[in-house]
Design a binder for this molecule. Structure first.
Ligand SMILES: Cc1ncc(COP(=O)(O)O)c(C=O)c1O
Length: 396
């Protein structure tokens, strides 16, 4: 049996939907993208949702549109997908890493304030794996120091924090529609905002800086040429992606419901493996469960005093990798959650960071395990997964 880490949920609906733009000939950012945006804005309860080619490009534009640029500092968690941090560098700003809370895998709000300097202009909380970062203290610090908040909600469609959707709490929030996310249109991203100014700016920035979109020009009789008041990019989503996105949003409630049910089964079955810590469940949060990321925890890598025992972490890391390799051998894909960006060669060298500068991020990098997780998982596949986790552990 082959169990992938995830699987997009496509059926005849998407197959039919992609034919429409192909038949009409309108294949780039047009009516389908506009409908997709409207549906996402409704679901996340924001005034404006603006589609882009990916979450990475969405983050890039969100940073420009909130005025972040050369010489500014942006606070980012040290454990996130590298794209969050790359986007900060795209605008010439400097990423300032902050360690995470190992219970949530998200930025530790208690460690943010000590990193605020005169150059700090923004905080980029990441709602990793679908669980929102603790936004109340983050927004409080942002208000106090007049910082912008750009939420990286790449993983977090369906994630809520005190009834607010991920990405809808800061100045701007960015979603991803990459195939490892709960809904996908191949590649794709979306900027959420309640600010008309940011929405208008993103509108132009994603379209070479044009003051009028193709759709506006098309609707007008005669011809209408745009002016270019700012330097923009080509980050337009295609209408083929938009058409797929519309069908995916229609399935969103069903996908989230099935994911929640699968998570419940996993929480129950994983109780027999105390060495594998499942994702935390928090009051007033709804986990979007983009992924089901556990911590491989036969023992703690921390000393009694709280310090990180590097020797112990390194042996646990090897053991975790062996655990994933053994699952792979029986056809089950398990993967590290994501990476500690400060340990990647580029950032480590550029900012002269030691691995242990952010110990929780390092531990998450070395010991996290994402289990296969997709709404279509059958009982047979689920049982195969649990049986093999048991077998691997019992025959260590
Ligand atoms: C936390 C986070 N931020 C940003 C991204 C980038 O998203 P995209 O692949 O849509 O550019 C990802 C993608 O995996 C992610 O997990």
């Amino acid at each position: 049996m082959k169990i992938p880490i995830t699987k997009p949920w496509f059926d005849n609906k998407e197959l039919q939907a992609v034919q429409e733009p192909l038949k009409s000939g309108w294949v780039v950012q047009g009516p389908k993208v506009a409908t997709f945006e409207k549906k996402i804005a409704q679901f996340t309860k924001v005034k404006y949702a603006k589609a882009t080619t990916s979450c990475t490009t969405a983050l890039h534009l969100a940073l420009i549109a909130t005025g972040i640029g050369q010489g500014d500092e942006v606070i980012v968690p040290s454990f996130t997908y590298i794209a969050s941090v790359n986007a900060v560098e795209y605008v010439g700003a400097t990423p300032i890493f902050v360690d995470i809370d190992l219970n949530t895998f998200n930025i530790d709000p208690a460690k943010i304030e000590e990193k605020v300097t005169k150059k700090t202009k923004a905080i980029m909380p990441v709602h990793l794996f679908g669980l929102c970062a603790d936004m109340r203290p983050i927004l409080k610090i942002a208000r106090q120091y007049k910082l912008k908040v750009i939420e990286d909600a790449a993983c977090a469609i369906g994630g809520f924090y005190y009834k607010k959707h991920a990405g809808a709490m800061g100045d701007a929030g960015c979603l991803s529609f990459h195939p490892r996310k709960s809904i996908t249109c191949g590649e794709g991203g979306m900027i959420l905002t309640n600010s008309k100014k940011i929405a208008n700016m993103v509108n132009a920035l994603r379209d070479h800086g044009a003051s009028k979109s193709d759709l506006q020009r098309h609707k007008k009789a005669g011809y209408l040429l745009p002016d270019f008041n700012i330097r923009g990019y080509n980050y337009r989503m295609t209408d083929i992606q938009g058409a797929i996105g519309i069908e995916q949003v229609k399935k969103l409630f069903q996908i989230l419901k099935k994911k929640k049910a699968l998570a419940k089964k996993l929480y129950s079955s994983l109780k027999q493996f105390p060495w594998l810590k499942p994702p935390i469940v928090l009051k007033n949060y709804i986990h979007g469960y983009q992924a089901f990321v556990c911590l491989f925890w036969p023992e703690s890598p921390f000393n009694k005093s709280g310090g990180l025992n590097i020797g112990k972490l390194s042996s646990l890391y090897q053991k975790r990798n062996k655990f994933m390799d053994r699952l792979e051998k029986v056809g089950i894909a398990a993967r590290p959650g994501t990476h500690a960006v400060h340990t990647t060669n580029y950032y480590k060298k550029k900012y002269n960071i030691a691995l242990t500068d952010f110990p929780n991020a390092l531990v998450a990098d070395r010991l996290s395990v994402a289990l296969p997780f997709y709404p279509q998982m059958t009982n047979k596949e689920f049982n195969y997964l649990i049986t093999n986790i048991k077998n691997v552990w019992n025959h260590w």
